[in-house]
Write a protein that binds this ligand. Structure first.
Ligand code: NDP
Length: 295
C-alpha cells in the first residue's frame, strides 16, 4: 500500500472546513493563526505562505508578520506578547530557524501554551510525555493520523524511530508508546550513537525515518513486510529536473518498495499532513477558547 498523505490531508482539510463553519455559526469565534517570519530565508517564506494559503482554504483567519533579519529578540518577544493577548488569534507559529542572535528557546517559551499550535512549549511537551493532552507537534501528529486512517495498527508492534529531534523523533516515539488506542507500541529510538543502525531497523514492524540524510535506509535495512514512514525532506542534485534538484526522502523508496507492506512516498506522504495538523491544532485552540469564553 502506498500511503497517500496528500489525499488524507485533503480529507482532513474538508472535515476542518465543515467544523470551522459550525464553530463560527455557533460561537462567532473564527479560528485565527498568526505566523511570524524573521529574516529572508526563501524556504521559510514558501512554508509560511503555504500555511497561510491552507488557512484560507478551510476558512481560518491568518496573519503573517515578517520582520527583518537584524530584528532584536526583544522585538520578537513583543510581537508574541501582543498576540498572546489578542482574542482573534488562537494559534501562534514562529517559523524556524530563527536568526542566530535570537534564542529559539526564549521565543518558544514566550508563546502562551494555549496558543502553542506547534506543540514546542515545554508545557505541551510535558503534557505529551505524561499523556494528558495538549498540543502535539504537527509532523508526529500527522504520522499518527496517517497510520490510523490507513488502518495500520500500532498496538503491540515494534516501532523503530530513527532520529531524536524535538520536532519529530522524540514526540512520535512518545505518542506511539502511550497506553492509548492510537499508540501502545513497543518503541526503540535510534540516533548517531547507534553503532549498528541496521541491527535495530531490521527489527521494525513500523520504521519511522526522521534522519535528514537522503536515501539512508535501503532494502537491506528493513524487515520484509514492514510499514515504512519516511519523514525526510532532502534536496538532491537532479539535472533532469528544471529546478536542478529534486526532493527525496530518508528512505531509498525504489529499493525498499518490493519488500514493504505500506510506505509513505516523498513528496506526498508525511509532508502534506504537517500543514493539515497545524490547521487542526489551530481549530482546537479556537474551540478551546470558545468553550472557555462561553462558560
Ligand atoms: P534533525 O537534524 O534535527 O535530527 C535528525 C536526527 O537523525 C538526529 O537525532 C540524528 O542523531 C539522527 N541521525 C542523523 N544521521 C543519522 C545516522 N546516520 N544514523 C542514525 N541517526 C542519524 O532533523 P529533524 O528531525 O528536524 O528532521 C528529520 C528529517 O525530516 C529532515 O529531512 C527534515 O527535513 C524532515 N522533516 C520533515 C517534515 C515534514 O513535514 N515532512 C517536518 C520536519 C522535518 P543525533 O541526535 O545523534 O544527531
Amino acid at each position: 500500500m502506498i500511503i497517500n498523505g496528500k489525499e488524507i490531508a485533503q480529507i482532513i482539510q474538508l472535515e476542518l472546513a465543515e467544523k470551522t463553519k459550525d464553530l463560527v455559526a455557533k460561537t462567532g469565534v473564527k479560528p485565527g493563526l498568526a505566523l511570524l517570519l524573521v529574516g529572508d530565508n526563501s524556504a521559510s517564506q514558501v512554508y509560511v505562505r503555504s500555511k497561510a494559503k491552507a488557512c484560507e482554504k478551510v476558512g481560518l483567519h491568518s496573519i503573517i508578520v515578517t520582520l527583518p533579519e537584524h530584528t532584536s529578540e526583544k522585538d520578537v518577544l513583543e510581537v508574541i506578547a501582543a498576540w498572546n493577548k489578542d482574542t482573534t488569534i488562537h494559534g501562534i507559529l514562529v517559523q524556524l530557524p530563527l536568526p542566530k542572535h535570537i534564542n529559539e528557546t526564549n521565543v518558544i517559551m514566550a508563546i502562551h501554551p494555549d496558543k502553542d499550535v506547534d506543540g514546542f512549549h515545554p508545557i505541551n511537551v510535558g503534557k505529551l510525555v505524561t499523556g494528558i493532552g495538549g498540543f502535539v507537534p504537527c509532523t508526529p501528529a500527522g504520522i499518527v493520523e496517517l497510520l490510523v486512517r490507513s488502518s495500520i495498527k500500532t498496538s503491540g508492534k515494534h516501532v523503530v524511530v530513527v532520529g531524536r529531534s524535538n520536532i519529530v523523533g522524540k514526540p512520535i516515539a512518545n505518542l506511539l508508546y502511550q497506553k492509548s488506542t492510537r499508540g501502545n507500541a513497543v518503541v526503540t529510538i535510534c540516533h548517531t550513537g547507534a553503532d549498528d543502525l541496521r541491527h535495530y531497523t531490521k527489527q521494525a514492524d513500523i520504521l519511522i525515518a526522521a534522519i535528514g540524510v537522503a536515501h539512508r535506509i535501503t532494502a537491506d535495512d528493513i524487515k520484509p513486510g514492514a510499514v515504512i514512514i519516511d519523514v525526510g525532506i532532502n534536496r538532491v542534485i537532479d539535472e533532469s529536473s528544471e529546478k536542478g534538484y529534486s526532493i527525496v526522502g530518508d528512505v531509498d523508496y525504489d529499493s525498499v518498495l518490493p519488500y514493504v507492506s505500506a510506505i509513505t512516498p516523498v513528496p506526498g506522504g508525511v509532508g502534506p499532513m504537517t500543514i493539515a495538523m497545524l490547521l487542526s491544532n489551530t481549530f482546537t485552540a479556537a474551540q478551546n477558547y470558545a468553550n472557555v469564553y462561553r462558560e
